[in-house]
Ligand binder design. Sequence first.
Ligand code: ZN
Ligand code: ZN
Length: 326
Amino acid sequence: MGSYANHSCIPSTFKEVAIPEDIASRPGTPDSECCPSVASASASFSRALTPPSSPGKSRQEMPQLVLRAHHDLAEGDIINYSWIPEYLPTWKRQELLQARYGISCSCDRCVRNPEVVNAYHCPKCGKGPCSPTLPISAPGGDLKGHHLSCESCGALSVEDTALAECMEAERSAAGLEKQAQVLHQYHYSIVAANHDSLASLPPAERIHAVEILMEAHRRLFPGSGHPLMGWLCEQAAAAHAALGDHHQAVAGYRRAQELYALSHRGPPETGHDQRCYLQQMRLSAGPLGVVARRLSKPPGQLSRTPSLPTLEETEADKCADEGQVS
Ligand SMILES: [Zn+2]
Ligand SMILES: [Zn+2]
């Protein structure tokens, strides 16, 4: 491929297109474009990669292709991003990479990491998530010969009947409600369904779905500043506002602001921070539109600070992260 930033299923950065005119951007939406240019790989913070200027437009007016680091990068670290949706099992990712780009990937997630997005209820304790200890690369997601390890009870399931039940639920057309008796809420099918239906869910259900989606993504990419986190948090804040719970909504927008500060450090300005701040102002304004008290730091003053307790990296997360990111 003629790209300077290669594909990885455990990417060090994510790509977005920042549009200066309306300071809107599309967070983390990998598509078929490749990077037109790339700066030094020694960036220790997010860095904008701008396409060549076109006549008649100033650099500030041009949409900017931006790669932002998921975590601090050291001198010599490889800059890569995912060319395909990330929350998919290995066999599906390999199919997409082959069909769209004619490549196969041999990153750690493709060859040796547990297949965490294939998550099932544990055949032993009923809880889970219970996932294959190795990548599922056989076409169609065949689990034969694999071991399922439970994160709740630690049991290892190797029985053919248990594996067959998992595969049957995955391939069943019985509907998600029936499938969810076997598939865990972190399973890629359930995650995709929750994500796709988010906007149409009633506010209370949307809040619940957001919590599951955030937990699922943190489990896949522990400790990373993923752009989806801020966006999801914003969806939950809007749902709280729709329910009339302004206190929770303000707290949600403040948390989204913190998450964006983690994922979108440095220029160019994306508008995420400003938008969350304005929502807090709006929700906290009294009947005459007066803001009763100062809410949080205004845009531009947020630095990379530890986020709220639920988002702090645990020691286990840090170890897993170090083990996953090469
Ligand atoms: Zn890979
Ligand atoms: Zn278990």
